[in-house]
Design a binder for this molecule. Structure first.
Ligand SMILES: NC(=O)c1ccc[n+]([C@@H]2O[C@H](COP(=O)([O-])OP(=O)(O)OC[C@H]3O[C@@H](n4cnc5c(N)ncnc54)[C@H](OP(=O)(O)O)[C@@H]3O)[C@@H](O)[C@H]2O)c1
Length: 275
């Protein structure tokens, strides 16, 4: 089975590329280079000839989407719609990686039937992308906040936190913001299984509810610097867009689409990441 990963150089993409036999694509993809917004996209896809596409490529930073909403729409929505159309025309399966940020955070937990109401440019552009690929009969996998060390270039949120704590810098972390945090590794494993399956529609991929403060406290205990982590509130840090309070997601579809699969607790994975 020829499985193409878009955004293979990204944080999630790098974890996907640890799975055997996947083809890595994107602007700096290890196997195939293409820009999703280029007029040549369909021709390049035709040359590559995938049977399945795991579409992770995106303008993924919330702040970038706020500052460049047109680019966010171009990449997250319009390019996804083109990719979805090409796949549907060729009988190619597509798994579109979406986000818990399509919800507003006021009525968690969210299952696959919950009505999206994004409060950020990022969330709105990803939701438009979702709707475009769902119209073409594909699968949308909404992934919760991913945590873990970055494998490629660049740093993840987790890497920055570890670096700060190791350098003795204090960290004030939100005690009033919750996500169903999942590791990049667990998300990638589930996505590969979904890609090789036949499910369509929407599925949520999330771990248990965890606040940033709880996550940071666990990390600080393993680094033996618990005094460096303190509780912060979202209201202490005004942001140009609302920060959703609780984006915890649950799923009604795991037994059907991912029998036996569960995301591991982040707390259980931290010792392995630090060793
Ligand atoms: N990070 C999270 O916690 C999180 C949570 C839920 C969902 N998601 C979703 O998961 C996916 C992956 O996130 P991530 O954190 O791994 O993102 P990332 O590290 O920012 O990676 C994004 C990837 O997209 C590629 N890309 C961007 N624009 C492109 C274009 N025009 N043409 C081709 N490739 C392009 C980049 O390639 P180049 O570097 O070569 O440009 C990069 O490989 C995204 O769809 C995001 O919305 C992320």
């Amino acid at each position: 089975m020829k499985v193409l990963v878009t955004g293979a150089s990204g944080k999630l993409g790098s974890y996907l590329m640890r799975h055997d036999g996947l083809l890595g694509g994107g602007r700096s993809g290890p196997d195939h280079q293409f820009d999703l917004c280029d007029s040549e996209l369909e021709r390049r896809l035709g040359e590559i000839g995938p049977e399945v596409v795991i579409h992770t490529a995106a303008l993924s930073a919330v702040a970038d989407c706020l500052h460049e909403p047109e680019k966010a729409d171009l990449v997250n929505h319009q390019a996804s719609a083109r990719l979805g159309r090409w796949c549907a025309d060729k009988g190619v399966r597509l798994v579109y990686v979406s986000t818990d940020m399509v919800f507003d955070g006021e009525t968690a937990p969210y299952d696959e039937e919950a009505v999206p109401a994004p409060v950020s440019e990022y969330g709105r552009s990803k939701l438009r992308g979702e709707r475009a690929v769902l119209e073409q009969g594909h699968l949308v996998a909404r992934v919760a906040l991913m945590v873990g060390p970055a494998l490629g270039v660049g740093q993840s949120y987790y890497d920055q936190l570890v670096a700060n704590l190791r350098a003795g810098r204090p960290a004030s972390l939100f005690q009033d913001e919750w996500r169903g945090m999942i590791s990049y590794e667990d998300a990638a494993e589930a996505l590969v299984r979904l890609a090789l399956g036949s499910g369509t529609g929407i599925v949520h991929l999330a771990g248990p509810r965890l606040s940033r403060l709880e996550m940071g406290r666990q990390l600080s205990l393993h680094l033996a610097v618990p005094e460096l982590v303190s509780a912060g509130q979202r209201s202490d840090y005004p942001s140009p867009e609302p920060r959703p309070r609780d984006l915890t997601m649950v799923s009604r579809r795991w037994e059907e689409l991912l029998p036996g699969w569960r995301a591991r607790k982040i707390e259980e994975q931290i010792p392995g990441w630090l060793s």
